[in-house]
Design a protein around this ligand. Structure first.
Ligand code: WTA
Length: 649
């Protein structure tokens, strides 16, 4: 493994010996209990995925070829045509399920909305017509910058209906981040809201949207949903209220038949350089992958289950497991606007009891926070409706897994620890709850149709022990590229190991063949399950006039997984407070990227060739004793930094 490998906590993971087989009771009704699907896919993965695409997805024109694979370019279901919004809505209404609830939406202040599939069809069709009326044509990009309100899903589905790829930007990102993403995608229309609710207050979005439009060049129209009721500035001719445009819009809008490989959306994610990558996802493969995984990983019974994924639609988890997978499967969901601790620390458990949630999908960082708040919070509520629990976004430590199992799952819900990425489109490594014996902290095995292998530095396959996680076969939900940058696509994912997709994660295979994901091995941090690039935070810091140089590392954090730690050299004579620098990062990128600590230092540890030694900085930030530093250009700086870190701890 690379010496950059983030290893702390790993030993604890690998020592975990407890096993949890699916209960006989669970197996009685489980969709899959044996190895049939694995066996089928191992025989012929293309035939396996073709069967899923036939059984789970409705096509207006059948495909000619299942897979066209010319590394690194994969095309799935070539020649086929379909519409994703039709798959997510119309077909359920046509099947007589129009009155079925699609979303139980819960606003943070306690207001609610219930939206049936028939209502969703009307609203999505209306908004698709609104977009057309604003001049949006097939292939045009539309930016979405919204709180967690139903209109966010409506906007995404309306784009899909008319074949306009959306690019959703998480509402917590700054105006500058939004502007960069608008510019990169050259989006014509921006859909936003006046504001949304968070921790009992309205957080305004429109001002950031306005700034982003100023700072970017392509937006012609801004559609604003009224949610927060906060005052907003208005640009006549450019800005339009959502409710006003919807008033006159027809509920008839035929779904556009799209080519299987047409772009469905862009979603920007952090890489190892400063500029975020516009990850491209297309139509037929993506919807097949998300529909399949949502059904089998969660053992979904769409007639009876109530599914709740706590992600924000601004992230891939929200795209795949709030909007596309669950709606394509025609199930009923809960969608919640706010934070887990408003008005009380039991808000999530109150929601589960209220809506009788049966499948709950959240992040390890949230679980660790719930642990801190105490088991008495979930104990206030009847959580017996739950039958499957899931986690995503980062490795889950066995303690958190066990706490989740006992205190949320009542000791009898299987836990699916799902590994995947923005780039993979859907879940790749996960237990199947009726078939897999789980081990706390292990994502277990690749799903049927997915081939994951570990390799060492020389690209030799590793069957036991640690290695780099690679994927050897294309999968339907795989990214089709980086918007506008085919070279970066090849370089980032396909060049480190020949003929393999390199995920950027380290992992370990134990004696029983279980996979243990160990975190990123590159310069990407994972803070509360959010991907943040060290380089991006460094660029934000050096864009401050007082900063000469910055080095950023992710240090282990008991709650957030990793925390952003920054070391900053100021320009000669400059004087600036650490708080100002933290706010500067928040305004450049977003609050999620705010460093937990910033150390102002006269120098940074560098190798003789001038490379900043990040591993050493991480050791310092994590309070580890560091070894031999004699290759450092100036080793006294390390002592100084250690003293500062110790003082801050
Ligand atoms: C990490 C989120 C361990 C991993 C869906 C990956 C995980 C990155 C897990 C992708 C898991 C995600 N166990 N690590 N179950 N799930 N990761 O693009 O490092 O926001 O590369 O997608 O999160 O983050 P992204």
């Amino acid at each position: 493994m690379s010496d950059e490998q983030h290893t702390s906590g790993i030993e604890a993971l690998a020592d975990e010996q407890r096993t949890f087989p699916p209960s006989e009771d669970f197996k009685k009704t489980a969709l899959t209990v044996g190895t049939e699907m694995y066996d089928e896919a191992a025989q012929d993965d293309e035939a396996f995925w073709a069967r899923q695409a036939t059984e789970l997805v409705s096509w207006s024109k059948p495909w000619d070829t299942v897979l066209d694979w010319q590394l690194p370019d994969a095309k799935w279901f070539v020649g086929g045509e379909l519409n994703v919004s039709y798959n997510c809505i119309d077909r359920h209404v046509e099947a007589g399920k129009g009155d079925k609830v699609a979303f139980h939406w819960e606003g943070e202040p306690g207001d609610t909305r219930t939206i049936t599939y028939a209502e969703l069809l009307d609203e999505v069709s209306q908004f698709a017509n609104v977009l057309k009326g604003l001049g949006v044509e097939q292939g045009d990009r539309v930016n979405i910058y919204m709180p967690m309100i139903p209109e966010a899903a409506v906007a995404m589905l309306a784009c899909a209906r008319i074949g306009a790829p959306h690019s959703v930007v998480f509402g917590g990102f700054s105006s500058q981040s939004l502007a960069d993403r608008i510019d990169d995608a050259q989006a014509k229309v921006l859909i936003t809201a006046d504001g949304g609710y968070r921790r009992g207050e309205v957080f305004p979005l429109k001002p950031a949207a306005d700034e982003a439009c100023e700072a970017s060049s392509s937006i012609e129209h801004v559609v604003v949903v009224k949610r927060g009721g906060n005052d907003v500035a208005w640009v006549d001719g450019r800005d339009h209220w959502y409710h006003e445009l919807m008033e006159g819009a027809s509920t008839e809008c035929a779904p556009e038949p799209m080519d299987s490989e047409d772009l469905l959306f862009l979603l920007y994610t952090s890489g190892t350089t400063g500029t975020p990558k516009g990850i491209m996802h297309t139509t037929g493969g993506y919807i097949t992958h998300t529909t399949f995984t949502h059904k089998y990983v969660f053992d979904l019974k769409p007639e009876t289950d109530i599914f709740w994924c706590t992600a924000d639609v601004g992230w891939i988890t929200g795209h795949s497991y709030i909007v596309y997978g669950p709606l394509s499967n025609g199930c009923t969901q809960v969608m919640y606007e706010g934070v887990p601790n408003h008005p009380g620390n039991d808000r999530f458990w109150e929601i589960i009891e209220k809506y009788q949630v049966s499948i709950f999908y959240t992040a390890p960082t949230a679980i660790r926070t719930f642990m801190k708040w105490g088991a008495e919070e979930p104990a206030k509520h009847d959580l017996s409706s739950l039958r499957v629990l899931g986690t995503v976004g980062e490795p889950i430590n066995p303690e958190a897994w066990i706490w989740y199992h006992e205190n949320i799952g009542g000791g009898n819900c299987p836990i699916v620890d799902t590994w995947w990425q923005t780039e993979t489109g859907g879940i790749m490594i996960s237990p199947l709850p009726g078939a897999t014996t789980t081990k706390p902290g292990s994502a277990t095995f690749p799903l049927p149709g997915v081939t994951a292998k570990l390799v060492d530095d020389e690209a030799n396959e590793v069957d036991n022990g640690g290695g780099y996680l690679t994927l050897t076969r294309p999968w339907p939900g795989m990214l089709r590229g980086i918007w506008g940058d085919p070279e970066r696509f090849r370089d980032t994912y396909w060049s480190r190991f020949p003929d393999r997709y390199f995920a950027g994660d380290g992992a370990k295979l134990d004696d029983d063949g279980y996979l243990w994901l160990l975190g990123r091995v590159d310069d990407v941090m994972n803070v509360s399950g959010h991907r943040i690039s060290t380089t991006e935070v460094e660029s934000a810091l050096v864009s401050h006039p007082a900063v000469a140089e910055a080095a950023v590392v992710g240090a282990d954090d008991a709650t957030t997984g990793q925390a952003v730690m920054a070391y900053v050299i100021l320009r000669g004579g400059a004087d600036v407070g650490v708080e100002d620098l933290r706010s500067h990062v928040a305004s450049e990128i977003g609050a999620i990227a705010k460093p937990k600590a910033i150390f102002i230092t006269p120098d940074l540890p560098k190798t003789r060739s001038g490379k900043i030694m990040r591993r050493l900085l991480r050791d310092v930030a994590e309070g580890r004793n560091i070894g031999d530093t004699t290759t450092l250009a100036d080793s006294s700086i390390v002592d100084e930094l250690q003293a500062k870190a110790a003082a801050a701890a």
